[in-house]
Design a protein. Structure first.
Lengths: 403, 402
């Protein structure tokens, strides 16, 4: 493994998506991430599609395999006290511990911060539950999809005059995961300078609120809730997603400045629009936005979505089609940049996974291995890292501790 | 040195597209000294709503005020030779430079790896652009809607059953936030590595890739099943949907089978719940049109809060569709001290969104409000760079600083 975190180890108690998305960032940077999983309650993502040939299987889920790239996996049923003791042995040789159970659960398992600190004095531990570890609702259960409405993002997102909407994915999860990774690395920087570990209480709800600030600040200052406006925004016009030629084909167009507006008018072959009093300034364009959007869509709907993009980008106007998964996988730009990670996996073969969204000049980051099959690294972790004998491992397996 | 996790770390921020401002904010709130360098005309975000009081004003943009707490503000024209000289002197004292300038603009302003590395070999340069610094789209123009579309997000959002309606953006500037937090993560990786190596490096973040890598299960349905995602997002299991209560909306969610069983029990074990077509989460998804009215009928008799709490008491992960007012008034968030009051000289006092995480040893904190334009120009040039009052005034009168 390489990357800036090479040499650090992470005891990974996480499951579903929020926690695993956090620890994957650490794996991306070269940390050795060891996920503890159990057959008693396998990670929910292992049970979700997509699966090759639509055939389910614990190791076949694309959802799991996408967000667990570059990690190791061991079987350990931490609901059993003896297993919790083994987990502590792993913590004792780790730098970071991450968990995302509902508030209070990790303490009941005997693996709270106070316990972990006893075996690794400078451990950095983060809990990333839905509601945080304190407060009247700390014990509530939450998953990423629920964070979208809970954080208010749903009440702000949607077409004008329509009901609140989701945002199309379980956004609370990756958002929490990235914020957690930042908090961990900040704590690691502190530890390297002072020798002090610490505990981080993270609430997925609160990290979701951190990205809803445009709505919260309106409420805080003005006591108003911004209305749902579809794709429109107060400070840009045109600003929308417009029909293109073909079924369900669209393009996004966003114009901020008057210069961009003039360039846009030229590109669509209607330079006279630029001096049309209905559209000359942002205020004019906002006042006549329905008319404006009709003109834009009359032009886009005759054209291929990528042609619209290229014609507008050629004159400096921000335009891009909403990409489908197929579009992304085949995108010449992403492929040329080497964005995709394609590592051999024992059960699903080579699949084109989304890779690492950053590049580093001195410590290149790469996905070194596909997501683990469940328990793939039992031998390495129990044998090599924890020094257990094969007989000991067999006994623990027999008694469903390693299970 | 203060008591934040990043105390002692100096970050210079050049931002005009939200994203690098969020990176700077994340670092400033954990104690880094962040010097925000704006052009004398100000960060364009100063012109973006919501405004305190409703009327546009460069010191009253709620978004700007939120993103720039805890920072020092320098107004400096880095397109002039004198301005660039000041920037270089700043960079010589800094640990990190984070920017979200388009690569062509960064190049003409001298913000290139070759040049800044020459000025300070220990400096970490984080370049945050819509499409990265290489590849055919590197010079494409993009705003938040553009990146959310190019990354594949808007495709999976939209109202089911309404194909005439367009794919939809999420509220706010979510692509910028994701790019900003990714940049913060990658930057901290470089900061940690520098402790051992003593060397800076160039971190390059593509906002498009930040979105393309968080598309839940929708992206992988292509490489795993050869299925192109539907525009409205596929829900492989149900219930995951909005329902209307007596007094507002609630989000009904049962991810695990035991949660569904508990919900059925809550509904009084109706006969329909035993039908084969609702037997598991996947068939419930296939038959969602049939199931939805049954649930709607049950939900309609409840208030949001009663149903939310009754479900949570059975460990079913329902959530209210919070309004902004609900959030500011939330007893749980109040008990955790989430919102933090900050007074700003022009915009006044307000409750700002607070800590996304609580670090036990090195607290997250809001110390100072966002800087007014050029508020710390003299301070930073004088105290940090040791420039004389005359030098500073000369730069001011020639318009290099404000």
């Amino acid at each position: 493994m390489n990357g800036p975190l090479s040499g650090y180890r992470v005891a990974d108690f996480t499951w579903v998506w929020a926690g695993p998305s956090c620890t994957m960032q650490l794996a991306h940077m070269g940390a050795e991430v060891i996920r503890m999983e159990s057959m008693r309650r396998p990670c929910l993502l292992r049970a979700l599609p997509p699966w090759p040939d639509a055939q389910p299987g614990l190791n076949r889920s694309g959802y799991f395999n996408q967000y667990n790239q570059g990690k190791r996996s061991i079987l350990l049923d931490i609901s059993k006290p003896e297993a919790a003791e083994i987990a502590k042995r792993l913590v004792a040789i780790s730098d970071i511990a991450v968990e995302n159970f509902a508030g209070g659960v990790i303490d009941r398992l005997g693996l709270g911060y106070d316990e972990l600190k006893k075996v690794k004095q400078d451990i950095i531990m983060i809990s990333m539950s839905g509601y945080g570890q304190t407060g009247p609702d700390a014990g509530f259960v939450s998953y990423g999809p629920a964070q979208v409405p809970l954080s208010g993002l749903s009440s702000l997102t949607g077409y004008a005059g329509w009901p609140p909407m989701h945002v199309g994915m379980s956004y609370g999860d990756p958002n929490a995961g990235m914020h957690a990774a930042f908090a961990i690395l900040s704590a690691l920087f502190h530890r390297e300078r002072t020798g002090e570990g610490q505990y981080i209480d993270m609430s997925q709800w609160e990290s979701s609120l951190a990205v809803v600030a445009e709505g919260l600040m309106d409420q805080a200052f003005n006591g108003t809730q911004p209305p749902r406006m579809g794709n429109r925004i107060q400070y840009m016009a045109p600003h929308g997603i417009y029909h293109c030629a073909g079924e369900d084909r669209w393009v996004s167009i966003a114009v901020l400045t008057d210069e961009e507006w003039q360039a846009f008018c030229g590109a669509i072959g209607q330079p006279e629009l630029a001096s049309d009093a209905r559209f000359a300034t942002l205020a004019d364009r906002k006042a006549n936005e329905d008319e404006l959007d009709a003109i834009v869509e009359a032009w886009t709907s005759e054209l291929d979505r990528f042609e619209v993009r290229d014609r507008l980008q050629a004159v400096g106007v921000a335009a891009f089609p909403p990409m489908t998964n197929k579009d992304l996988a085949e995108d010449p730009h992403l492929n040329e940049r080497g964005f995709f990670a394609e590592k051999e996996h024992p059960e699903v073969g080579v699949r084109k996974h989304a890779g690492i969204p950053w590049k580093m000049s001195e410590t290149p980051c790469r996905v070194w291995r596909a997501a683990p099959t469940i328990g793939q690294d039992n031998e390495y972790v129990y044998g090599e890292l924890l020094g257990m004998s094969p007989a000991e491992i067999a006994d623990l397996t027999e008694r469903e501790i390693i299970h | 040195m203060g008591n934040g996790a990043l105390s002692g770390l100096t970050v210079v921020e050049l931002s005009r597209r939200f994203a690098a401002s969020y990176t700077g904010k994340l670092m400033a709130d954990l104690g880094a000294e962040v010097i925000k360098v704006e052009p004398p005309t100000g960060d364009p975000v100063r012109g973006m709503p919501p405004f305190a009081g409703g009327e546009p004003h460069p010191e009253k943009s709620g978004t700007f005020l939120y993103l720039n707490c805890n920072k020092q503000g320098v107004a400096l024209d880095i397109t002039t030779a004198a301005g660039r000289d000041v920037l270089d002197r700043l960079l010589a004292t800094a640990d990190v430079l984070v920017h979200d300038y388009a690569s062509v603009d960064a190049g003409s302003a001298g913000i290139t790896w070759e040049r800044v590395h020459d000025v300070n070999p220990r400096l970490i340069l984080t370049s945050l652009t819509p499409f990265g610094l290489s590849g055919p789209y590197r010079d494409f123009n993009a705003y938040d809607l553009t990146v959310a579309s190019a990354g594949g997000w808007t495709t999976v959002n939209g109202q089911p059953g309404a194909p005439e309606m367009p794919p939809l953006r999420a509220f706010g500037h979510q692509a910028a936030y994701q790019a900003g937090v990714n940049a913060a993560v990658a930057t901290m990786g470089a900061v940690v590595w520098r402790l051992k190596s003593g060397r800076g490096q160039h971190v390059e973040v593509s906002a498009q890739e930040c979105i393309a890598s968080i598309l839940e299960l929708t992206y992988v349905t292509w490489p795993y099943m050869g299925v192109e995602v539907v525009r409205y997002g596929q829900r492989p299991l149900h219930p995951i949907d909005f329902f209307e209560c007596k007094d507002g909306w609630i989000f009904v969610l049962c991810l695990e089978e035991k949660q569904w069983r508990s919900f059925v029990e809550m509904m009084g074990n109706p006969e329909w719940a035993e039908w084969d077509v609702f037997d598991n989460a996947f068939v419930r998804a296939s038959n969602w049109d049939v199931l939805k009215p049954f649930i709607a009928e049950f939900v309609a008799d409840w208030t949001v809060d009663d149903l939310y709490r009754a479900a949570q008491a059975k460990r079913i992960p329902f959530a209210p569709v919070s309004t902004m007012a609900d959030l500011i008034d939330s007893p749980h968030l109040k008990a955790r001290g989430f919102f933090a009051e900050i007074a700003h000289p022009e915009a006044g006092a307000a409750m700002y969104p607070g800590a996304p995480y609580k670090l036990s040893g090195t607290p997250w904190e809001l110390r100072t409000p966002a800087p007014t334009l050029g508020q710390h120009s003299s301070l930073v040039l004088g105290e940090r760079l040791g420039m004389s009052v005359d030098e500073i005034e000369s730069l001011r009168s020639s318009g290099v600083i404000a």
